[in-house]
Ligand binder design. Structure first.
Ligand SMILES: NC(=O)C1=CN([C@@H]2O[C@H](COP(=O)(O)OP(=O)(O)OC[C@H]3O[C@@H](n4cnc5c(N)ncnc54)[C@H](OP(=O)(O)O)[C@@H]3O)[C@@H](O)[C@H]2O)C=CC1
Ligand SMILES: CC(=O)N[C@@H](CCC(=O)OP(=O)(O)O)C(=O)O
Length: 309
């Protein structure tokens, strides 16, 4: 059976990535609106209600509007925006978190995780669930993204005519970034982490890092103990690899152009200091790859069909 998938926002950065991943699939018919109609509410309403699945690749306000335009109870939604990531009635679309794949399979409303939260939650949620990291422990997360993370506007800033792009800039210095709520809630933390993001002059890819004072944790766990919790959590996960923590360096390009997520526990057992590091593609496992993974799970097909695993 062929499922109709309408991509709302298909002309944007994430929408194009999803179209690439779905191209050539015989089980999926991709529905798109032409240039003249792609922002027309009546055309969007019809396409949204005609589809079996819709994938929203829109700014938050337009994503909320799209959901409000759906007036049938058959169309199932995957929202790539941050509009519904902690909203009641929505399933968080991080399939590798415990129990989530079954919830996603049954859901009618799935919210894709943010790109930075994907790295943070992959590293931290299993440690909290295992009791190795107390829920009230103060955490920080330092992260660098490729500039496609900011969509068409940021791509134009870095690549447009007359652009004088920075090599690297820190931002969100007021510590109120929109990703903090989902990081806190879905890791099961009682205090929000300090989130210190940055953008680099690379198109795609990201490094997300959580430094940990192991010596201050209950039982003073070793690096190996932390790594073992992650290995068990992602045993059999096709897109997630726990790599050895002895890398000399970790590049932002490591998983660029793929849908993979690589986790490492680096550090120094003698000092009790650890650096938990995740690499992913903001447009891969951080957006388009996760959306297609969720679509596959909801449609009951191979979860990694069309993905670079
Ligand atoms: N880029 C990334 O790495 C990630 C992005 N996301 C999220 O995915 C969503 C899309 O982001 P991204 O692809 O980067 O953004 P882009 O700006 O590249 O694309 C957004 C698209 O939505 C279109 N659009 C805006 N308003 C409407 C509307 N009312 N009706 C129909 N189409 C509309 C835009 O039109 P126009 O072309 O005319 O501007 C554009 O094509 C955002 O919520 C973003 O936060 C999530 C994870 C990672
Ligand atoms: C480099 C850059 O600007 N990145 C974006 C995050 C992109 C992303 O993950 O989109 P969502 O907000 O939909 O999750 C930011 O920090 O706002």
């Amino acid at each position: 059976m062929t499922a109709t998938v309408f991509i709302d926002g298909a002309a944007g950065t994430t929408g194009l990535e999803i179209r690439d991943r779905l191209a050539g699939r015989s089980d999926i018919h991709i529905a798109l609106l032409d240039e003249a109609n792609r922002k027309d509410p009546a055309a969007r309403r019809a396409a949204l209600n005609d589809a079996d699945f819709v994938i929203l690749c829109l700014p938050d306000d337009a994503a909320r509007e799209a959901v409000a335009l759906i007036d049938n109870d058959r169309t199932r939604v995957i929202d790539a925006s941050s509009a519904h990531r902690v909203a009641p009635g929505w399933t968080y679309g991080f399939a590798e978190l415990p129990g989530q794949a079954a919830r996603i399979a049954a859901a009618t409303r799935v919210s894709n995780p943010g790109c930075y939260p994907t790295g943070f939650l992959a590293l931290v949620a299993p440690l909290v669930a295992a009791g190795l990291l107390p829920a009230g422990h103060p955490l920080s997360v330092n992260a660098t993204s490729g500039y496609s993370g900011g969509g068409k506007a940021m791509i134009a800033e870095f690549e447009g005519a007359g652009a004088t792009p920075t090599a690297f800039r820190a931002y969100a210095l007021g510590l109120a970034h929109k990703h903090i709520a989902e990081m806190t809630q879905h890791a099961g933390l009682t205090h929000a982490p300090i989130f210190a993001p940055a953008v680099a002059n690379a198109y795609r890819g990201m490094v997300v890092e959580v430094p940990l004072h192991l010596h201050a944790l209950p039982g003073r766990p070793t690096l190996a103990a932390v790594e073992e919790v992650l290995r068990q959590a992602y045993d059999g996960a096709a897109l997630v690899t726990v790599a050895a923590g002895d890398a000399a360096a970790i590049a932002i390009e490591e998983n660029a152009g793929t849908d993979r997520l690589t986790l490492r526990v680096c550090g120094n057992d003698a000092t009790g200091h650890a650096r938990l590091v995740a690499t992913l593609d903001n447009l891969g496992k951080g957006a388009g790859g996760a959306a297609v993974q969720n679509l596959n799970i909801m449609a009951g097909v191979d979860p990694v069909a069309g993905l670079v695993s």
